[in-house]
Write a protein that binds this ligand. Structure first.
Ligand code: GDP
Ligand code: MG
Length: 162
Protein backbone atom coordinates (compact mmCIF):
# COMPACT_ATOMS: atom_id res chain seq x y z
CA UNK A 1 0.00 0.00 0.00
CA UNK A 2 1.20 3.48 -0.85
CA UNK A 3 1.57 5.47 2.39
CA UNK A 4 -0.76 8.44 2.88
CA UNK A 5 0.50 11.63 4.54
CA UNK A 6 -2.07 14.26 5.54
CA UNK A 7 -1.34 17.98 5.91
CA UNK A 8 -3.44 19.61 8.61
CA UNK A 9 -3.42 22.91 10.45
CA UNK A 10 -5.29 26.17 10.54
CA UNK A 11 -5.75 28.20 7.35
CA UNK A 12 -2.78 30.10 5.94
CA UNK A 13 0.02 28.14 7.59
CA UNK A 14 1.31 26.90 4.23
CA UNK A 15 -0.34 23.50 3.73
CA UNK A 16 -1.06 24.03 0.05
CA UNK A 17 2.40 25.45 -0.55
CA UNK A 18 3.90 22.30 0.92
CA UNK A 19 1.45 20.12 -1.03
CA UNK A 20 2.42 21.77 -4.29
CA UNK A 21 6.09 21.42 -3.55
CA UNK A 22 5.81 17.74 -2.66
CA UNK A 23 3.59 16.85 -5.60
CA UNK A 24 4.91 19.45 -8.00
CA UNK A 25 1.21 19.97 -8.72
CA UNK A 26 0.83 16.52 -10.24
CA UNK A 27 -2.61 15.65 -8.93
CA UNK A 28 -3.22 11.99 -8.43
CA UNK A 29 -6.16 10.32 -10.05
CA UNK A 30 -8.28 9.47 -7.03
CA UNK A 31 -9.49 6.37 -8.85
CA UNK A 32 -5.99 4.98 -8.52
CA UNK A 33 -6.41 4.84 -4.77
CA UNK A 34 -9.54 2.91 -3.83
CA UNK A 35 -11.06 4.00 -0.55
CA UNK A 36 -10.04 7.64 -0.85
CA UNK A 37 -12.84 10.06 -1.57
CA UNK A 38 -12.83 13.29 -3.52
CA UNK A 39 -13.56 15.56 -0.57
CA UNK A 40 -9.94 16.31 -0.02
CA UNK A 41 -7.14 17.05 -2.43
CA UNK A 42 -4.79 14.18 -3.13
CA UNK A 43 -1.44 14.34 -4.80
CA UNK A 44 1.07 11.73 -5.78
CA UNK A 45 4.64 12.35 -4.72
CA UNK A 46 7.90 10.58 -4.33
CA UNK A 47 11.11 11.15 -2.51
CA UNK A 48 14.23 9.27 -3.55
CA UNK A 49 12.09 6.78 -5.43
CA UNK A 50 9.67 6.14 -2.58
CA UNK A 51 6.06 6.81 -3.61
CA UNK A 52 3.57 8.37 -1.24
CA UNK A 53 0.24 10.19 -1.36
CA UNK A 54 -0.15 13.66 0.13
CA UNK A 55 -3.53 14.96 1.26
CA UNK A 56 -4.16 18.69 1.42
CA UNK A 57 -6.98 19.98 3.62
CA UNK A 58 -8.79 23.29 3.79
CA UNK A 59 -7.70 24.02 7.31
CA UNK A 60 -9.29 24.08 10.71
CA UNK A 61 -10.41 27.34 12.27
CA UNK A 62 -10.04 27.76 16.00
CA UNK A 63 -12.98 30.09 16.58
CA UNK A 64 -15.94 27.87 15.71
CA UNK A 65 -18.12 25.67 17.87
CA UNK A 66 -15.64 23.49 19.65
CA UNK A 67 -12.94 21.22 18.44
CA UNK A 68 -15.17 18.21 17.84
CA UNK A 69 -17.49 20.12 15.53
CA UNK A 70 -14.59 21.69 13.70
CA UNK A 71 -12.81 18.42 13.33
CA UNK A 72 -15.91 16.68 12.01
CA UNK A 73 -15.01 17.86 8.54
CA UNK A 74 -12.60 16.88 5.84
CA UNK A 75 -9.61 17.46 8.07
CA UNK A 76 -10.78 14.83 10.52
CA UNK A 77 -11.38 12.40 7.69
CA UNK A 78 -7.96 13.18 6.28
CA UNK A 79 -6.39 12.40 9.66
CA UNK A 80 -8.33 9.14 9.89
CA UNK A 81 -7.25 7.83 6.52
CA UNK A 82 -3.63 8.94 6.83
CA UNK A 83 -0.69 6.81 7.87
CA UNK A 84 1.06 9.92 9.20
CA UNK A 85 -0.07 13.48 9.90
CA UNK A 86 1.97 16.61 9.33
CA UNK A 87 0.54 19.28 11.63
CA UNK A 88 1.65 22.64 10.30
CA UNK A 89 1.98 25.80 12.38
CA UNK A 90 3.17 29.26 11.32
CA UNK A 91 6.50 30.22 12.89
CA UNK A 92 5.88 33.86 11.97
CA UNK A 93 2.40 34.13 13.41
CA UNK A 94 3.30 32.23 16.56
CA UNK A 95 1.16 29.92 18.64
CA UNK A 96 -2.61 30.43 18.33
CA UNK A 97 -5.73 29.13 20.05
CA UNK A 98 -6.56 27.21 16.86
CA UNK A 99 -3.18 25.46 17.03
CA UNK A 100 -3.87 24.45 20.60
CA UNK A 101 -7.31 23.07 19.73
CA UNK A 102 -5.93 21.04 16.83
CA UNK A 103 -3.06 19.75 18.96
CA UNK A 104 -5.47 18.65 21.66
CA UNK A 105 -7.34 16.57 19.11
CA UNK A 106 -4.18 15.10 17.61
CA UNK A 107 -2.77 14.10 20.99
CA UNK A 108 -5.78 11.83 21.44
CA UNK A 109 -5.08 9.99 18.18
CA UNK A 110 -3.01 6.86 17.83
CA UNK A 111 -1.71 8.34 14.60
CA UNK A 112 1.92 9.34 14.13
CA UNK A 113 1.97 13.17 14.21
CA UNK A 114 4.83 15.40 13.10
CA UNK A 115 4.73 19.00 14.33
CA UNK A 116 5.99 21.23 11.53
CA UNK A 117 6.84 24.92 11.98
CA UNK A 118 6.63 26.52 8.54
CA UNK A 119 7.82 29.95 7.34
CA UNK A 120 11.09 29.78 9.26
CA UNK A 121 12.87 31.54 6.38
CA UNK A 122 14.60 34.66 7.64
CA UNK A 123 13.94 33.77 11.27
CA UNK A 124 16.12 32.41 14.02
CA UNK A 125 14.35 29.06 13.82
CA UNK A 126 15.11 27.75 17.30
CA UNK A 127 13.85 30.95 18.91
CA UNK A 128 10.79 31.18 16.66
CA UNK A 129 9.62 27.63 17.33
CA UNK A 130 10.31 27.49 21.07
CA UNK A 131 6.75 28.42 22.05
CA UNK A 132 5.31 25.51 20.02
CA UNK A 133 6.83 22.95 22.41
CA UNK A 134 3.84 23.84 24.60
CA UNK A 135 1.73 21.81 22.17
CA UNK A 136 3.37 18.68 23.64
CA UNK A 137 3.76 16.91 20.31
CA UNK A 138 7.45 16.23 20.59
CA UNK A 139 10.08 17.31 18.10
CA UNK A 140 9.46 20.31 15.89
CA UNK A 141 10.49 20.17 12.25
CA UNK A 142 11.52 23.58 10.95
CA UNK A 143 10.73 24.16 7.31
CA UNK A 144 10.20 26.87 4.72
CA UNK A 145 7.75 25.26 2.31
CA UNK A 146 7.97 28.07 -0.19
CA UNK A 147 11.70 27.41 -0.56
CA UNK A 148 11.71 23.68 0.05
CA UNK A 149 13.95 24.10 3.05
CA UNK A 150 13.74 21.23 5.53
CA UNK A 151 11.07 19.41 3.57
CA UNK A 152 13.14 16.40 2.49
CA UNK A 153 14.28 15.62 6.03
CA UNK A 154 10.70 15.93 7.22
CA UNK A 155 9.34 13.57 4.58
CA UNK A 156 12.16 11.06 5.10
CA UNK A 157 11.33 11.04 8.78
CA UNK A 158 7.60 10.64 8.12
CA UNK A 159 8.14 7.82 5.61
CA UNK A 160 10.37 6.05 8.12
CA UNK A 161 7.36 5.82 10.46
CA UNK A 162 4.69 4.57 8.08
P1 GDP B 1 -2.76 27.08 3.59
O1 GDP B 1 -3.98 27.92 3.80
O2 GDP B 1 -2.34 26.42 4.86
O3 GDP B 1 -2.91 26.12 2.46
O4 GDP B 1 -1.56 28.09 3.23
P2 GDP B 1 -0.96 28.47 1.80
O5 GDP B 1 -0.10 27.39 1.28
O6 GDP B 1 -2.06 28.94 0.92
O7 GDP B 1 0.01 29.68 2.20
C1 GDP B 1 -0.47 30.82 2.89
C2 GDP B 1 0.50 31.96 2.69
O8 GDP B 1 1.74 31.67 3.32
C3 GDP B 1 0.83 32.23 1.22
O9 GDP B 1 0.92 33.64 1.04
C4 GDP B 1 2.19 31.57 1.05
O10 GDP B 1 2.94 32.16 0.03
C5 GDP B 1 2.81 31.80 2.40
N1 GDP B 1 3.85 30.80 2.71
C6 GDP B 1 3.77 29.46 2.56
N2 GDP B 1 4.92 28.87 2.91
C7 GDP B 1 5.78 29.86 3.26
C8 GDP B 1 7.13 29.87 3.73
O11 GDP B 1 7.83 28.85 3.86
N3 GDP B 1 7.67 31.09 4.02
C9 GDP B 1 6.95 32.24 3.88
N4 GDP B 1 7.58 33.37 4.20
N5 GDP B 1 5.68 32.26 3.45
C10 GDP B 1 5.09 31.09 3.14
MG1 MG C 1 -4.61 25.65 1.31
Amino acid sequence: MTPVIALVGRPNVGKSTLFNRLTRTRDALVADFPGLTRDRKYGQANLAGREFIVVDTGGINGDEEGIDAKMADQSLLAIEEADAVLFLVDARAGLTVADQAIAQHLRKQEKKVFLVANKTDGLDGDVAVAEFYALALGDIYQIAASQGRGTNILIEEALAHV
